[in-house]
Design a protein. Sequence first.
Length: 115
Amino acid sequence: QVQLVESGGGLVQAGGSLRLSCVASGYILSITGMGWYRQAPGKPRELVARLADGGIADYADSLKGRVKISKDWTKTTLSLQIDNLQPEDTGVYSCAAETQDREYWGRGTRVTVSF
């Protein structure tokens, strides 16, 4: 079992930045990849950024240049830096961990970007 807890969301003005964190616990040695996803109101969940086990990062085309995903495994933390936030970035940002058997999800952290 893997548990994921996200933090760092909040209300920010357009143009601002946020750093989201996802702390993993449990059987973290089973994790083969991790990523951040988001769901805007009334829209399906979409990939923001993913970090494969080998350290290769994959970013959504619409967010390239504004986001950076990183992992600090000494703190078992996956982070997401988002710069130049825009109102369309509003949504719930969730962390996911992949193992050979299944995916695990956190409950998410809400990001609201005001004009």
